[in-house]
Design a protein around this ligand. Structure first.
Ligand code: E4P
Length: 214
């Protein structure tokens, strides 16, 4: 299972990379806006920090502007992946971009039908937003199970990025279902490491260590 970090914050990317668990980065316009830096320069910096894929999202909603923006974003670095929101024109754009060898991540996916279409047009990645589904009172992880089943029925190569991750359980459940990737906010990466029993255990070992005759 691969871990992407879901942020545009350079400090977080550097710190998480030092743990040795970051296989890629996902950004979106909201995450980029938080950084108060010019988008292209920030993306360039991010691509220099990680070897793996870095998703950068288009703003246009028609195929022509999506393709134009995608071509320009792809020039930033070889590891840029173009994120496109799951609308009709994105499907058209994915076909064009795939033919040009530009990698795509179809985002804002909220149904198995949408994920099926993303795979049909040859998207490299699909990003179902499980946290936002949970927020509506439905179970986001059920969508991951459905997509996994559909993709395996037909051998689709599109990789599933479990997105909108809100807590460690989301990551563990995604792993149990065999999702290819989870894109995880920095705060959740930190939560994944911690366990109170580990801290209690360390405290006790250190106390006992002091009792060992020198
Ligand atoms: C994924 O690619 C998105 O950037 C992200 O996971 C959205 O998460 P949110 O629902 O917490 O905004």
């Amino acid at each position: 299972m691969k871990f992407f970090i879901d942020t545009a914050n350079v400090k977080e990317i550097k710190e998480a990379s030092e743990f040795g668990i970051v296989d890629g980065v996902t950004t979106n316009p909201s995450l980029i806006a938080r950084e108060n830096k010019k988008s292209d320069a920030l993306l360039k910096e991010i691509t220099s920090l990680v070897r793996g894929p870095v998703s950068a999202e288009v703003i246009g909603l028609d195929a022509e502007s999506m393709v134009k923006e995608a071509r320009s974003l792809a020039k930033i670095s070889d590891n840029i992946v173009i994120k496109l929101p799951l609308v009709k024109d994105a499907l058209k754009a994915v076909s064009i971009l795939s033919a040009e060898g530009i990698k795509t991540n179809v985002t804002l996916c909220f149904s198995a039908a949408q994920a099926l279409l993303a795979a049909k047009v040859g998207a490299d990645y699909v990003s179902p937003f499980i946290g936002r589904i949970d927020d509506t009172g439905s179970c986001g992880m059920d969508l991951i199970a459905d997509i996994k089943k559909i993709y395996s029925n037909y051998g689709f190569k599109t990789r599933i990025i479990v997105a909108s991750v809100r807590n460690p359980l989301h990551v563990v459940d995604a792993a149990k279902l065999g999702a290819d990737i989870a894109t995880i906010p920095f705060s959740v990466i930190e939560q994944l490491v911690r366990h109170p029993l580990t801290d209690i255990g360390i405290k006790k070992f250190l106390e006992d260590h002091k009792k060992i005759p020198k």
